[in-house]
Design a protein around this ligand. Structure first.
Ligand code: AMP
Ligand code: MG
Length: 494
């Protein structure tokens, strides 16, 4: 089915100069890549939350939210003049199995603005790729995506961004009846591994090449000068993905649905669903209730990323042509991951350079944290303060195995002594966040929002925007999770 024949392109419904200078590079790829269609209007929209930082990124005017057209545009009820809304087609492997054609089933790309950022509305109605879905997103999952996108950005972790959420009284059926919302997502590109798999699987090699050339020209220009630009692209994506995995593992982030259609070609965290930041450190933790086999457990993420890169390599093979070159490009993943992960961990430990014994130190720590199911963010924050004050009792209090911890601390202090302590503490306090978006914090904000109170979203957003800065009066946000947190179940349903 040619993707473009399903719906005719809509005429812009109003001349809205809110976002200007649309370039629409993706739309220029042509009809094999998408279907042009307008969002489905969202009834009686209201604001739920904006991100001032993303508004600035897009170059929106300071009063953008107050303008009558903004709410209509970001609810999908009016089109900015110059945008060319479309839903893109991709395929992918879901839970290790080829799923065939997928695509933007509920997201519509408005286009790319002069800022170089693409703007996408998620949850704005059915598209030709919706399959059995209703094209909507619920308020609950939209709040999780909005808060986490911005929290990740503040932690320095590559991610798609979120400009705002608009809510609506429109009912949406999930496990229970919920209400609809639209998240405006922003990124330089929303292209996924699955876009490449789509054309490779169909033997559409001309489109495959066109897509690769577009991605190289726009996002990986350095690859052009290489002997094989396509092998260079695969290497660059492998390396970016390795860096991303190092950051996820270091901060304790579990994505939950690392299907190849949820892997960004730019190495961004994308498609926030049943994600979770670790509370207690459990390497085999499974955050997605629907992941019965634990395919996407915390400690499997780097391995799964590599498996996903293998799928991308297979898709790019008609362009690379040489299996050995493709393998060599993939081979960069592991050393880059190990190196980047150790760099992150050394920073978390306040160790300013690589020294013999630091890998054993990290291994030993992971064993202790795991054996004691020690709270991951609190451990790191307490360790940072302990180094600053040279007083380790609050850290010892977290462990039942005191002897084990003391032996580790002895080893640690030996390495630490090679650095200047005040500088180490400073590095640690800027590396180990005080505030992370734990599941129970998101749940509390969602619960209030469902009752029409969006202030908890704002408070949380404010804390997560400066996650290393302790704020008086907000100690509860940095505390252990309550007992009920362990009973929260987050599934793929969103
Ligand atoms: P996900 O696992 O959320 O990344 O989604 C997998 C596929 O299902 C993608 O092609 C989505 O666009 C599509 N999808 C998920 N939820 C819906 C929905 N409510 N309506 C339409 N399509 C959906
Ligand atoms: Mg997805």
């Amino acid at each position: 089915m040619p993707a473009s024949t399903v719906c005719p392109p809509p005429a812009p419904t109003s001349s809205v100069p809110l976002l200007q200078g649309w370039r629409n590079g993706f739309a220029a790829l042509g009809p094999a890549f998408f279907t042009e269609l307008a969002p489905t209007p969202l009834p009686a929209p209201h604001w739920v939350g904006p991100s001032a930082e993303v508004a600035a990124l897009l170059g929106l005017p300071a009063d953008w939210q107050k303008r009558g057209d903004a709410l209509e545009v970001f609810a999908g009820n009016a089109l900015p003049a110059g945008s060319r809304p479309l839903a893109s087609v991709y395929s992918g492997h879901q839970f290790g199995v080829w799923a065939g054609q997928l695509g933007d089933g509920r997201a519509i790309l408005l286009g790319e603005t002069a800022s170089g950022q693409e703007v996408q509305l998620k949850g704005c109605g059915r598209t030709p790729y919706s399959r059995m879905g209703d094209g909507r997103a619920v308020l609950r999952s939209s709040i999780r995506e909005f808060l986490c996108s911005e929290a990740m950005a503040a932690l320095g972790i590559p991610t798609t961004r979120a400009l705002c959420i608009t809510g609506s009284p429109q009912p949406v059926q999930r496990e229970e009846l919920e209400t609809a919302a639209v998240v405006t997502r922003v990124a330089p590109s929303f292209i996924r591994f699955g876009h490449f798999e789509h054309f490779a699987a169909r033997g559409q090699h001309a489109e495959l090449r066109q897509l690769a050339d577009y991605v190289i020209a726009r996002y990986y220009p350095d690859c052009r000068g290489q002997a094989s630009a396509y092998a260079a692209l695969l290497r660059a994506v492998s390396e970016r993905t390795a860096h991303l995995m190092a950051q996820w593992q270091a901060v304790g982030f579990c994505h939950g649905v690392m299907n190849t259609d949820n892997m960004s070609i730019l190495g961004l965290t994308i498609d926030y669903g049943p994600f979770q930041f670790l509370d207690a450190f459990d390497p085999g933790h499974i955050c997605n209730h629907s992941d019965t086999q634990g395919r996407y457990a915390y400690d499997r993420q780097p391995g799964v990323a590599y498996w996903n890169l293998l799928c991308l390599a297979r898709a790019l093979l008609p362009l690379i042509e040489d299996v050995e070159q493709a393998q060599a490009a993939l081979d960069s993943f592991e050393p880059v991951f190990v190196d980047a992960f150790m760099q992150r961990l050394r920073a978390k430990l306040g160790l300013r350079e690589a020294r013999p014994g630091d890998e054993a130190l990290v291994d030993g720590l992971q064993r202790l944290l795991s054996a004691g199911r020690v709270d991951y963010p609190i451990f790191w924050r307490r360790l940072s303060h302990a180094v600053a004050a040279n007083a380790f009792e609050p850290v010892r209090d977290l462990f039942a195995d005191r002897a084990g911890l003391d032996a580790w601390l002895l080893q640690y202090k030996e390495l630490l002594a090679l650095d200047y302590r005040a500088q180490s503490a400073d590095l640690m306090l800027k590396t180990n966040p005080c505030y992370v978006l734990r599941n129970h914090l998101a749940e509390e904000a969602i619960g209030a929002a469902k009752l029409g109170d969006f202030s908890k979203i704002q408070t949380l957003q404010g804390l997560l925007a400066s996650p290393f800065e302790e704020r008086a009066g907000h100690e509860a946000y940095a505390d252990f999770p309550p007992d009920w947190a362990s009973h929260i179940t987050i599934s793929c349903s969103s």
